[in-house]
Ligand binder design. Structure first.
Ligand code: PGA
Length: 246
């Protein structure tokens, strides 16, 4: 375990309307008074400002799930780093495997997004992880190395999430040994590349549940969790936060 204050981050993906956001925070917020973690939530762009208003003055930090890799212009349907910031986002997820796989997001684009996020004082939350085929071919280290070294430089300040692609949304979380291995590789590369490496939190993501969260907090080099489907229901999410702190 490290000395950093753990981050439990939620990626809501394409879920929730305004009414559901209100209900979620009405249930979650009264239960957060005594928790000693940072709670980060990334709602859809349409509800960032509502979520930011609703959580103002609380320990919750609202972020965006994505930004475009250009600062502004004729890019119908996209949102810029400045717009995300203006709506109330304080961090942004970049390089999520769903963006890479479904929308063709490249390392070059991820690098630009990190740069634009920095300019707008948005904290980048960079996701990396290997597919099942890459794992079976013994390529975990080379994949993580490429995903990190091609986008980061010594100035990087932000958060990294190790999310094995095969563990996302499948209910098959990585084992303790796999998480240790992935985090050790990421940490080694961060140490080589980034000046402020010791300030970079390293989260685990991929089918995190309350049960898994309770062991995550005891794994070396794990500074928190990135939670997808289990973050959608407030009561389940709070049990993950409490589980992590056990
Ligand atoms: P999951 O998603 O918890 O539903 O596996 C994690 C993620 O996509 O970040």
């Amino acid at each position: 375990m490290t000395q950093k204050k753990p981050i439990i981050a939620a990626n809501w993906k394409m879920h929730k309307t305004g009414r559901e956001v209100e209900e979620f925070f009405n249930t979650l917020m009264p239960q957060l008074n005594d928790v000693k973690v940072q709670v980060w939530i990334a709602p859809s762009a349409t509800i960032i400002s509502l979520a930011a208003q609703k959580t103002q003055g609380s320990i919750i930090c609202i972020g965006a799930q994505n930004i475009y890799h250009e600062s502004h212009g004729a890019f119908t349907g996209e949102i810029s780093a400045a717009q995300a910031r203006d709506a109330g986002a304080r961090f942004v997820i970049v390089g999520h495997s769903e963006r890479r796989r479904l929308f063709g997001e490249t390392n070059a684009q991820v690098k630009k997004k990190i740069e634009l996020a920095r300019e707008q004082q948005l904290i980048p939350l960079l996701c990396v992880g290997e597919t099942l085929e890459e794992r079976e071919r013994g390529q975990i280290k080379s994949v993580l190395k490429a995903q990190l070294t091609e986008v980061l430089d010594e100035r990087f300040e932000g958060v990294v999430a190790y999310e094995p692609v095969w563990a996302i949304g499948t209910g098959k979380s990585a084992s303790r040994e796999m998480i240790e291995e992935g985090h050790a590789i990421c940490r080694e590369i961060l140490t080589q590349v980034c000046k402020k490496e010791n300030q970079i939190s390293l989260l685990y993501g991929g089918s995190v549940s309350a049960e898994i969260a309770s062991s995550l907090g005891t794994i070396k080099d794990v500074d928190g969790a990135l939670v997808g489907s289990a973050s959608l229901e407030a009561q389940t999410f709070i049990s993950i936060i409490r589980g992590y702190l056990q």
